[in-house]
Design a protein around this ligand. Structure first.
Ligand code: DX5
Ligand code: ZN
Length: 232
């Protein structure tokens, strides 16, 4: 199952509720909120109040990506605002396992995000405490950046690690996921896509058409890969 999640930092900030309602109706699977503190990443975006304000506009899961230092000190704010899933950066806390467990014990899905240079060995001993792993395919902090090619190899190594350890963990990719980069990240094992300016929020497309085009592309990809596996 390939899940698609709009990155709301790329949405029309002046019509956010409208965008969420339209994207929900168009059939996205979840909504991705990028939270930044100006320290862990050199930018600021949205906060818990924006999550709370949008909570009653959709029943789709809210995936909150904390690009903040010491995320364990701020979980309650996002849990109370209506998050269903929270990912924290392995680089942002010395207490990763405890933080992930706290997210899960609060009834949410727990994710861990890795900056491009961070090796996958850093999350080897939390595979039993995590529901998804986010491979940053750009340096976190800004939309519109370029995909880092080595991340393709990182995704397949991560898929190998998860498969070998026999855990049910999703691989999310976040950053410049578009029509050029999608086939390889999907082939290598990613199944949760964070979609921003690279293929969803485009001037020339309505949100509805962008989601339709995306779904068709993914369906074609899945058809071709099932044909390929039958030929083997
Ligand atoms: C990067 C953000 C992502 C993403 C936005 O920090 O977390 O949401 O880059 O999508 P693109 O890269 O397609 O603009
Ligand atoms: Zn993100």
């Amino acid at each position: 199952m390939i899940l698609i999640g709009p990155s709301l930092m790329c949405a029309d900030m002046g019509n956010l509720r409208d965008n969420v309602i339209r994207l929900d109706r168009a059939g996205v699977d979840y909504f991705h909120f990028d939270i930044m503190d100006g320290k862990f990443v050199p930018n600021f975006t949205m906060g818990p109040d924006m999550i709370r304000a949008l909570r009653n506009s959709t029943n789709k899961p809210f995936d909150v990506h904390l690009m903040i230092e010491r995320p364990e000190e701020h979980l309650g704010l996002f849990i109370d605002a209506g998050a269903d899933m929270i990912s924290v950066h392995v680089e942002a806390t010395p207490h990763l396992q405890r933080t992930l467990k706290k997210i899960r014990d609060s009834g949410l899905k727990a994710g861990v995000a890795l900056n491009p240079s961070t090796p996958i060995s850093t999350i080897e001993y939390v595979l039993d405490t995590v529901d998804y792993i986010t491979v940053m395919t750009v340096n976190p902090g800004f939309a519109g950046q370029k995909f880092i090619p080595l991340m393709k190899k990182k995704i397949s190594k991560l898929k190998e690690l998860i498969t070998e350890a026999d855990y049910d963990v999703n691989i999310q990719v976040d950053g410049n996921i578009g029509y050029q980069t999608m086939p390889e990240v999907l082939q290598n094992g990613a199944n949760m896509l964070v979609l921003g300016t690279s293929c969803l929020f485009k001037q020339e497309l309505t949100l509805e058409n962008a989601v339709l085009r995306l779904r068709r592309f993914i369906d074609r990809f899945q058809m071709q890969s099932s044909l390929r596996s039958k030929e083997k």
